[in-house]
Write a protein that binds this ligand. Sequence first.
Ligand code: SF4
Length: 951
Amino acid sequence: MRREPDIDLSPTVSDAVKFTTCYMCACRCGIKVHLRDGQVRHIEGNRNHPVNKGVLCGKGASGIMQHYSPARLRKPLKRVGERGKSAFVEIEWDEALAIATQWLSAIRRSDPKKLAFFTGRDQSQSLTGWWASEFGTPNFAAHGGFCSVNIAAAGLYTIGGAFWEFGEPDWDRTKYFMLFGVAEDHDSNPIKAGLAKLKARGAKIVSVNPIRTGYSAIADEWIGIRPGTDGLFVLALIHELLHADKIDLDFLVRYANAHWLVVQSPGAADHGLFARDADGEPLAWDAREKALVKAGSVDIAPAVVGEFALADGRKAVPVFQLVAARYMDARYSPAAVAARCGVSADAIRRIAAELAETAFEQTIELDVEWTDWAGRKHDKVVGRPVAMHAMRGVSAHSNGFHTCRAIHLLQALLGAIDCPGGFRFKAPFPQAIPPTQKPAGKSVSANAPLGGAPLGFPMGPEDLLVEPDGTPIRIDKAFSWEAPLAIHGMMHMVIANAWRGDPYPIDTLFMYMANMAWNSSMNTARVIDMLTDKDADGGYKIPHFIYSDAYFSETVAYADLVLPDTTYLERWDCISMLDRAIGSADGPADAIRQPIVPPDRDVRAFQTVLLDLGARLGLRGMTDEDGSPKYPGGYSDYIVNHQRAPGVGPLAGWRGEKGEAYGRGAVNPKQLEAYVDNECFWRHELAPEQKFYKFANRRYLEFAADMGFVRSAAPIVIQLYSEPLQKFRLAAEGHGPIQPPDDLRQRVKAAFDPLPFWRPPLEEQRVDRSVYPLHALTQRPMIMYHSWGSQNAWQRQILGRNKLYVATTTARMLGLADGDWVRAFSHNGAIKVQIKTMDGVNSDTVWTWNAVGKRSGAWMLAPDAPEARKGFLLNHLISEHLPRLTEGRRLSNSDPITGQAAWFDLRVRIEKCGPGDETTQPQFAKLPRPPGLGPPPSVHRRGAAFARRSR
Ligand code: SF4
């Protein structure tokens, strides 16, 4: 008899398993980390986790190589030579913290604004923002202004939430899903799993994107739109729906401000504002009673068209009339926009018809009883099964804010917001429109906290952070007339402004996880120059630069003091409802990270270091009355014991002395243990009656108020027409005590339209399009997350270099063949790269993968690694400033409303290179490695020893 070979089909791979949260991208999936002999051996997805339900992507699995990266910093470093030379000595933590405390306390004693504290893709912004506020500087933000603030701001000023972390498509019910400008990076696992569900159910996926990769490649229909024209395309869809009378008018008057009356008095200070009664309540016209009524009254028959006289004789029209008048105009017809968008008029008409057919002929009705904000009972929820999602492709343009608003207008016209089959909010959203928190920083005092959070939501010019003469208060000029609604700050302008001393010089630049000397800056070479530039007296123009990173990134070499961070598997962390939570449409959730292994280097978690520095500086929130540290146990101590409001702390789960409460409750000393016992996350399932129409759902709103998500259970009314925008426009027209400087009046007036509109991106308006005929874009690859991934030994085996992708037809016209080397020129510079031809790209567009190119010597890669010699950054072509039209104010290359970095506006031309060296340009001097790091390994292996032991 033949014996089966003795094979262990399920070998034990580990002797311990710990749960935590992935940090290989921003999705925050739950993971199980397998340990063998105290070493990380294997990572798998947590099947019970609400974000990924067991799915683990290649990035997540590669976390092992991130954790064991040879580029990990090992000890604090102090600069002893010139910046940029990695001329450091290793120092002890006590010395490092003493230096930082000395610099920072001197600033705090004189002018706290002289500290610019900016973080990159960190997930602890509720801590870092609070720290800045306690320190007293308004100069704080994270990388949102560089990334997708247009998405966030447009959503928060229109529907009370936005795409990605604020909401999600109803993956289980959507029948028609439109993606706008979504590459494979953001919300990675949830979108992939969601698309799989749509595919399985036969729902239609339409991807609007100049580039057909990733999600666009598996879409049922790819719209290869010209970059920067998405807004025009969406407004043409709206034009078609309005002409076909395919809109949900009932939704618009129940849940939006379609019927609110807008004062019509051109030239007057109240023109375009809502007509309000003596209580300040917006008014509507009741067509049945033929009378003015409070717009929020129940059981009225509000007019949506017409002109009505107010009590004082002024005229007013409903918002919907303005909407119809604008978008039914022929300039938004498919025929009028087709050529500009690169999408045929027939395709636009067909997609509009498909949207209407899905929304209104394939309606979903769920037998779910619910009660609206006014107490009216409903026996079902009605769904319009059209969902949308948008990301950086529409956001990173200087017209992105209005494009995102246009998408929300389209959703509202279809009645497809927070309903079955539509886009649905994730708690803590929706919130008041806009959220009630104002940016703090109008007055900054020595040795005093800021008096509020540095970032917030202006409602009008009175909330701007400007001096009486209009000078920006913040170093990045966020919340100034150059970017009034810069709710995520303008990180891309910090170094340039600080270097120029515009609006003032700073003393210390303090950054965390922000690779500003490489892929996180526009105009990288200039940023390097600025970091190393000196005054006449020989001192650096930016005198002090403190930087914290876990790895030897390009930026480390430019710091004066380096505070080495841990990896994500070595620390406590908190994915907080106060920050960027991980809930779903069916319920709020948050999570933690726990240390899986202790650090084997002399490194400390940045969050713990920040709290330590806060205590050394004597910051109010971080010291007890006797001056001792309030959180001596570091970040985990803070996570458990900090209260932002009574009973509200970083974590919502297991609050109360015995862990009996959630949301609000006393501090629970065993809260972290409870999270660890529950696989490091907490989740609350909403009752069926709370899950839809959250903006008007009494039971949900009461719950949200109890939890502290919103201040009251008042209904949240979708703002098709935005009064805050009109207030800024009125100021630009000369009304009110706070007005823009004269040279910005026209810009503000044009940008702050209370209804969405489209205009060409600003760079396109300022360069000669015949000289720079092509758009140039970047995308992040599915396999990587910013520059971390492209140093990861497993991930870089998949993509170790990048090429410039050019449409096959365009290449042919330019006399280029696949593999040719070209120079790409912009108004800002030139690069030399190799091209790859492809069919799935808009013919006016070239593009490449983001952040693959590396500086020679950095990240402990070999000096001649393909990332350094063949890889490249498009960033060298992008300027942080717009091309000059006239002398005078130098404007940032940003959306004029939100300050979003407009790096997708880039225009280029490409020319074939003659034969020669096949190395990308520009090249920079090799970065010497700092002390403590050995020579780069030629091969970086993990796991072979485990396999041998298993045999
Ligand atoms: S999607 Fe992001 S968070 Fe989730 S497993 Fe992949 S890398 Fe980790």
